[in-house]
Design a protein around this ligand. Structure first.
Ligand SMILES: [Zn+2]
Length: 404
């Protein structure tokens, strides 16, 4: 038997902070279970966001699954569309479409104050009723994370964009979409979307649901476009191994579905600090019975990093340790499981953006020879015997498959 659980802490890695006495948030929070993975196993680092691809969670998590971004990165829009069960036609172009807050021309909040799902659903429904046509469809997602699909050959996905969570406090005039080639389709797509953004902003700004909001959801923000994804199924790629994925967010479900893995929905999983941790831990333990790999993704830590709030980030790391890693490891202890812990990418609270710094990794299991690293942290992981991993190395190590 060779079963594994990967604990994926979105955006956990950080930098040493003076206010924490030179420790990182991960180092400052007691994490005995994560530390035990390093102590009983081996550590290393992993390049999840190679140059040339967006520094986003979809790209980073695809890398963790061992998918080559160069070979099959489709853009975040289409991954989330698959995650939501939207059937894309071959000519469709799916875009992430955040509902964001713009005040006096400045992009103030990429999430409209973590827009409530119910408010978001109403706004997206009305956007579809008022602005939906044969050319464009609006799809509601979770909270501010919505989608827009352009239909037909007159549009192009070859359009550059600004990632909203990396562009806060900048003027929207400096954040315009631009063409990546000279085709008339790309030019038309940019014009079409700029007009749509302008028209919908007038409607959203005047919407009664925005009247009393501190962070009104008053603009749409299309980004990361692409066409229908084509991935090699996970089990075909990894010698018939089966995987189950537990998350709250469509982007992770999308990757799982593109990989034809099982997706497990947990009621009350929100992608934030109020998520149903107990439900996710329980689901992971259950899924471990009949899958070779369980991938448990927790989003909240990333969100706290984007907010730039050290204390909140430490609370999210503590919750991840105590409410996910501890119960799952305790329940599966002594049964020969392999455990791995890693973030998909760093979100340093001082920068409030994803960075390409390789992430710290720890893996323990019957086939992993322990090294001298005794706890799990950004500082110690590079000293471990796993070294600097890329591509499929991490996943093949976790699954105990020979390196390629
Ligand atoms: Zn992420």
């Amino acid at each position: 038997m060779n079963k594994a659980v990967i604990f994926l802490a979105d955006g956990m890695a950080d930098d040493p902070l003076p206010e924490l006495g030179g420790k990182t948030p991960l180092e400052a929070v007691p994490t005995p279970y994560m530390d035990s993975i390093a102590a009983h196993g081996a550590s290393g680092t992993f390049l999840t966001l190679p140059e040339g691809f967006p520094t986003s969670s979809d790209a980073a998590n695809m890398s963790v699954f061992g998918y080559s971004l160069a070979e099959c990165y489709p853009g975040r829009g289409p991954i989330e569309a698959v995650g939501q069960g939207i059937n894309l036609a071959e000519d469709d172009i799916a875009w992430r479409c955040n509902l964001v807050t713009v005040i006096d021309g400045i992009l103030k909040d990429y999430s409209s104050g973590h827009l409530e799902k119910e408010v978001s659903a109403v706004l997206m429904k009305e956007l579809q009723e008022k602005f939906g046509t044969d050319d464009v469809t609006f799809h509601p997602g979770v909270s501010y994370r919505n989608l827009l699909v352009l239909h037909g050959k007159k549009f192009s996905a070859n359009v550059d964009y600004f990632k909203p969570d990396s562009s806060q406090d900048e003027h929207i005039d400096n954040l315009k979409l631009s063409t990546l080639d000279d085709s008339k389709e790309a030019v038309y797509t940019v014009e079409f979307l700029h007009k749509l953004m302008k028209d919908t902003a007038v409607f959203l700004q005047a919407h009664p649901l925005n009247a009393k909001r501190e962070a009104p959801a008053n603009s749409i923000w299309p980004w990361s476009p692409g066409k229908k994804p084509h991935f090699q199924p996970f089990s075909e790629k990894y010698n018939g191994k089966t995987a189950a994925v537990i998350s709250a967010v469509d982007v992770i479900f999308g990757i799982a579905k593109c990989a034809k893995s099982d997706v497990i929905y947990v009621e009350g999983a929100t992608g934030f600090l109020d998520t149903n941790y107990a439900g996710k831990a329980e689901a992971a333990i259950k899924a471990a019975e009949n899958h070779d790999l369980v991938y448990v993704h927790v989003e909240a830590i990333d969100e706290c990093g984007h907010m730039g709030d050290v204390n909140l980030k430490m609370r999210a790391i503590s919750d991840f340790e105590n409410k996910i890693v501890a119960p799952v490891m305790s329940a599966l202890e002594g049964k020969g499981y392999t455990f791995a812990v890693l973030p998909d990418h760093p979100v340093p609270v001082k920068i409030r953006k994803h960075t390409r710094t390789p992430v710290p990794v720890a893996i323990c299991g019957p086939h992993i020879k322990p090294d001298s690293v005794m706890s799990y942290s950004e500082r110690l992981a590079p000293q471990g015997s796993l070294g600097y991993m890329k591509g499929e190395e991490f996943m093949r190590k976790v699954l105990n498959l020979p390196a390629k």
